[in-house]
Design a protein around this ligand. Structure first.
Ligand code: FUL
Length: 454
């Protein structure tokens, strides 16, 4: 072929590709690189720890003396190892909760670990957690409460400078930060205060461009709308953020997302392993069981969300035994359930890669062969979300030897949809996408037999 022909052919194929793309891919919102890296973390942990751990409160009022903070056996390696063993991929520490007490020796205030008896005021909880995360290969994130009940500047414009200076300390002194959590909570009688969120967010982008930012409605990650561990059965990663702000968002809207949303802001499901967010000895017998945590996994990760499970360190500065036991059982059950994908190997659909996919149009049946008759009761479906989220509804059927039988219907898929149904025996299934925003990029399909401990 002459070079001219080759260039001609190249141009034609480029044109063809462009036309095809224009036809098959309406401009759907897509995740940014940082959101795309965040979504497959699946199980992440929250660490709520502050003076409340010693006062037995959930919200401190800012008058607590730093002298009460004394976690004499504090061992962040113990926390992070327990999380690592349970398959968690990130830990987020409450560097400062609403009481204003700082777990790191901030230069901006005296209200911090530096005036506590712990390590004679030389300790830094944030550093210990960041180091342990690095050692065990977890990502690390920080929670810095905008609502501050201790700082006298709160309620004046200069509080925004105070907050930004603290943010700068956290974002520059502790290595890579993967998530910054902006809590929208503010008590009813709190002083009036307009937060400079635009300024806070710009600072995070400048200092830690790979970090995702959480607040009720993004910019990168949104609240799931409840603290019970329930993502919507329908859960779009898209919403319209206009008019929404931290502390000002309709929780039902956040829970389900919006099929017509213009911004990609996936839901994060934050929930505690105990009734409270902070450690209370009286709740030692109320720790969620491993089985209960597995249900949370289905209700969050299995509904296109991410699980942010809070495990609060106790007064000694350690995870308590019941919490560690539940975490261990949680992972052991999940491992057993999802160990063997019963789908006969299909390049693209069972290679655990989201970027290799089958393109499926609405109502075009997809046969999923199991190779021989198998017993199963769980199914997993994933889209290639790098190019957006498309599935709005679908159904699955199984072959009973004579006929196709209904198995389950579902709505959104996105990153991952997990289906639970009573056990059936069959050699093949049939999947229909019944409604979608365009040709679906079906990335992964799994069929499983759940652990008897679920
Ligand atoms: C809420 C706070 O008020 C709780 O104390 C906790 O930190 C939770 C994760 O967010 O808004």
């Amino acid at each position: 072929m002459t070079p001219v022909c080759r260039v001609g052919l190249f141009l034609i194929s480029l044109l063809f590709e462009t036309v095809c793309q224009a036809q098959t891919s309406p401009a759907l919102p897509r995740p940014s690189a940082r959101q795309l890296a965040w979504q497959p973390l699946e199980t992440t942990a929250f660490l709520h720890f502050t003076v409340n751990t010693y006062t037995d409160k959930e919200w401190g009022d800012g008058t607590e003396s730093p002298s009460i903070f004394n976690p004499t056996k504090l061992d962040a390696r113990q926390w992070i190892k327990a999380l690592k063993d349970a398959g968690f991929k990130m830990a987020i520490i409450t560097a400062k909760h609403h009481d204003g007490f700082c777990l790191w020796p901030s230069k901006m205030t005296e209200h911090s670990v530096k005036n506590s008896p712990w390590k004679n005021g030389k300790g830094d909880v944030v550093r210990e957690v960041a180091d342990a995360c690095r050692e065990f290969g977890l990502k690390f994130g920080v929670y810095l409460s905008p609502w501050d009940r201790h700082e006298p500047r709160y309620g004046t414009a200069s509080y925004n400078d105070y907050y930004k200076s603290q943010l700068r300390e956290l974002l520059t002194n502790y290595g890579p930060i993967s998530e910054v959590w902006f809590d929208g909570a503010k008590g009813e009688n709190a002083k009036d205060m307009t937060y400079d969120f635009a300024g806070y967010w710009a600072l995070v982008r400048e200092l830690q461009p790979n970090a995702v930012m959480f607040s009720d409605a993004g910019p990168d990650v949104r609240w799931v709308g409840n603290e019970a561990g329930n993502a919507g059965e329908t859960c779009w990663s898209t919403i319209n953020t206009e008019g929404l702000a931290p502390g000002k968002a309709d929780s039902k809207y956040l829970n389900r997302g919006d099929a017509t949303g213009k911004q990609w802001v996936p839901a994060e499901t934050d929930v505690s392993i105990r009734p409270g967010w902070f450690y209370h000895a009286a709740e030692d017998a109320k720790v969620r069981s491993g089985k209960n945590l597995v249900s949370l996994y289905y209700q969050s990760v299995g509904r296109n969300s991410l699980l942010l499970l809070n495990v609060p360190p106790n007064r000694d500065g350690l995870f308590s035994e019941p919490d560690i036991a539940s975490l261990r059982e949680f992972r052991s059950i999940l491992d057993e359930t999802f160990k063997t994908n019963l789908v006969a190997k299909q390049p693209k659909l069972t290679d655990k890669q989201l970027n290799t996919f089958l393109t499926v149009s609405a109502n075009q049946p997809l046969i999923i062969e199991l190779g021989s008759e198998k017993s199963f009761d769980r199914m997993s479906i994933q889209e290639n979300i790098a190019t957006g989220q498309r599935v709005a509804s679908g159904r699955v059927e199984y072959w009973n030897g004579t006929d196709w039988q209904p198995l389950q219907t579902f709505t959104t898929v996105g990153y991952k949809r997990l289906l639970r149904f009573p056990e059936v025996k069959s050699s093949k299934l049939r999947l229909f996408i019944t409604n979608a925003n365009g040709p679906v990029q079906l990335a992964e399909v799994g069929v499983f037999k759940a652990s008897a401990r679920e």
